[in-house]
Ligand binder design. Structure first.
Ligand code: SAH
Length: 253
């Protein structure tokens, strides 16, 4: 009996951001796996089993879901945002690459979702309107030194940078450290956008500058967009500012 495993992106929080394809995949699953708070966002449907797990157990969760599918189940495993962005789809691929042969024979599909950087960018204009990159500040799976090197390279090459996982309870110092690193390459007036819990009831979006930003602006549910030299702020009376990255760029000194 051959089962299926679908890795489903739920978007940033609001059910309006769940794509029809993701909704169909969730509705047709027999078993749902995922980090508990993400599973709580999925509508309860009769006859489905639920297998919540802790946030840090990504490999074990992927393995359990693959095992379930290998026993013939129609299994969905969920991620917030997009499952391919710092999330479950890569953990599932890692498990398949190193796991039992039966896992390679499974029908595996990835259903995309709206990732946090796109949801945050849309709230404020078009800060990702030209070349950009995404960096996770979590050093659970890579050394901090590598993160610093990537920040140096990205900022000095003129990319707008979306920072995922800016802090956690175990890593209170890293965001401030990243800001000092970025200040070596970028002017103090560089716009920074802090998007907190976008698409959820406690959503809050704040615009500041590299000079004024500090660790207090961020938490685990915040995505930070660091502008480039081409990122501009349009002030408007009585309306929120628009932030965008202009499409034309020059080689800077
Ligand atoms: N797969 C997710 C990212 C997981 S990493 C996605 O595609 O969005 C977790 C990080 O994503 C958080 O630390 C935060 O930086 C960001 N994030 C996730 N949901 C968010 C939201 N609703 N608003 C702002 N940032 C969010």
């Amino acid at each position: 009996m051959s089962g299926t495993l679908t890795v489903v992106g739920l978007g940033p929080g609001d059910p309006r951001y769940l794509t029809p394809e993701a909704d169909t995949a969730l509705a047709s699953a027999q078993a749902l796996y995922g980090y508990g708070p993400y599973l709580d966002r999925v509508a309860v449907r009769a006859g489905q089993s639920r297998h919540p797990s802790d946030n840090r157990e990504e490999y074990a969760r992927a393995a359990a879901a693959l095992d379930h599918a290998a026993r013939g189940g129609k299994v969905a495993i969920v991620s917030g945002g997009d499952p391919g962005v710092f999330a479950m789809a890569a953990a599932v691929c890692e498990a398949i690459e190193t796991g039992p042969a039966a896992w390679r024979a499974l029908d595996v599909a990835v259903v995309p979702g709206i990732t946090a950087m796109l949801a945050v960018a849309a709230r404020i204009g078009a800060p990702l309107g030209h070349d950009f990159c995404a960096v996770s500040l979590s050093d659970n799976l890579k050394p901090w030194e590598l993160i610093e090197r990537r920040l140096d390279a990205a900022a000095s090459a003129g990319f707008v940078i979306a920072l995922y996982n800016p802090v956690s309870r175990a890593r209170p110092w890293q965001f401030s450290n990243a800001l000092s690193r970025l200040r070596r390459h970028l002017p103090p007036s560089t716009p920074l956008v802090f998007g907190h819990a976008v698409g959820r009831p406690d959503e809050h979006v704040e615009l500041t500058t590299l000079e004024a930003a500090d660790g207090k602006n961020t938490d685990m549910a915040t995505l930070v967009i660091v502008g480039s030299r081409e990122t501009r702020v349009i002030s408007r009376s009585g309306r929120p500012p628009l932030v965008y990255t202009q499409r034309a760029a020059e080689v800077s000194a």
